[in-house]
Design a protein around this ligand. Structure first.
Ligand code: GLU
Length: 366
């Protein structure tokens, strides 16, 4: 899953969207695109490759104060211009950007095609645009109903040229955060894309839909019941999210390792009493002593650091510990042991496979 940026307010949306996409580049992606609500309707521009390649071919006039943008990491269909997001419905009024995977996309697509909808990409995402079009009416209601027909994970932002006063966003297993500004609002998959504009954010929960307008937002669950959210304040300044003078983000992260390790231990390691304080670990000393095994679950570099962590835990505690790729774990019908401590590690956001592995552990009583 990759990146989403959305803006609604009084400023020119395009530069904000493009800057936001650059902020999300550190996550990796294969293509990008933007949709802006111009006076003459929805204008979409997208291209395979780097954000700057998409930027280089942007039409000169793409003015509007509402827009959504995306960096894609292909799961359904090659990284091509046509498969890049945003995706449109048949009328060209509805634009969707999506992170995640729609598991029942093939069935939904067949139904929609049978009823006359014409698809322009191979993606699972495009199904959503047509489904919202088929339902029709108020955008928020149509999005909510469309999501009840979908199985899978999503973080989405949706625009409708006929309802230019709103962006509808929703999440299930793929993060979405709303940024609150002065008479302007932001939507993103990661605070990194909006810290330059605001420190006040609201994180959506799974199966939650938000209607975001320039002056505010409201949220409901998939059953259309209002939910209440408390805005949070992002603690870190935007410099922390900048690449600075480093050539690329990975180099920045490598060079930050000593400081990051120190920060991790600070306030937790109690040298005076030879102990450690692990806030948030809801286990009594008794529970801890009952642990017979530790399993760390993660994907990619989170999995690799899990291997390192398991090694350390086993060395220091003499409790057997290992790490496993969460993406394999969730599919192999694992035996869940009652006295095993499962630790999920996720880098920078939330990894769908790691969350699914946690749900698998919980479903089986772990
Ligand atoms: N499944 C969608 C696609 O292949 C979204 C991928 C993503 O999360 O970037 O287009």
């Amino acid at each position: 899953m990759c990146g989403i940026v959305g803006y609604i307010g009084r400023q020119d949306a395009l530069p904000i969207l493009i800057a936001g996409l650059h902020r999300l580049e550190y996550r990796g992606y294969d293509s990008s695109g933007v949709a802006v609500l111009a006076r003459t309707g929805l204008k979409v521009h997208k291209a395979a490759g780097k954000v700057r390649q998409m930027e280089a071919t942007l039409p000169r006039r793409l003015k509007g104060t509402v827009g959504i943008a995306h960096t894609r990491w292909a799961t359904h269909g090659e990284p091509t211009d046509a498969n890049a997001h945003p995706h449109l419905d048949c009328s060209g009024n509805i634009a969707v950007v999506h992170n995640g995977i729609i598991e029942n996309a093939a069935d939904l697509r067949a139904e929609l095609e049978a009823s006359g909808h014409v698809f322009h990409s191979e993606t699972d995402t495009e199904v959503l645009a047509h489904l919202i079009e088929a339902i029709g009416g108020e955008l928020d209601q149509a999005v909510r109903q469309a999501l009840t027909a979908i199985q899978g994970t999503y973080g989405i932002a949706v625009l409708d040229a006929r309802q230019p006063d709103r962006i509808v966003a929703a999440r299930n297993g793929s993060p979405v955060v709303i940024g609150i500004g002065e008479k302007e609002m932001f939507v993103a998959s990661d605070v990194a894309a909006l810290v330059r504009h605001t420190a006040h954010v609201v994180y959506l929960d799974d199966r939650e839909v938000a209607v975001v307008e320039a002056g505010g937002y409201r949220t409901v669950n998939l059953d259309d019941e209002p939910t209440s959210k408390a805005p949070a304040t992002v603690q870190w300044g935007h410099e922390a999210y900048d690449r600075g003078e480093h050539e690329h983000y990975m180099l920045k992260e490598i060079l930050e390792q000593p400081e990051a390790c120190e920060r991790t231990l600070k306030g937790r390691l109690d040298l005076q009493f030879n102990t450690a304080h692990l806030g948030g670990l809801n286990l009594t000393p008794r529970d801890l002593l009952d642990i017979k095994r530790v399993k760390i679950l993660g994907c990619g570099s989170a999995y690799y650091s899990g291997i390192g962590g398991a090694h350390l835990i086993e060395t220091l505690t003499r409790v057997p510990a290992d790490a496993e790729a969460a993406s394999e774990f969730r599919y192999r019908n694992p035996v869940i042991e009652k006295d095993c401590l499962y630790v999920a590690v996720s880098q920078s956001g939330e990894t769908a496979d790691t969350l699914a592995a946690v749900h698998e552990v919980q479903r089986k009583g772990g």
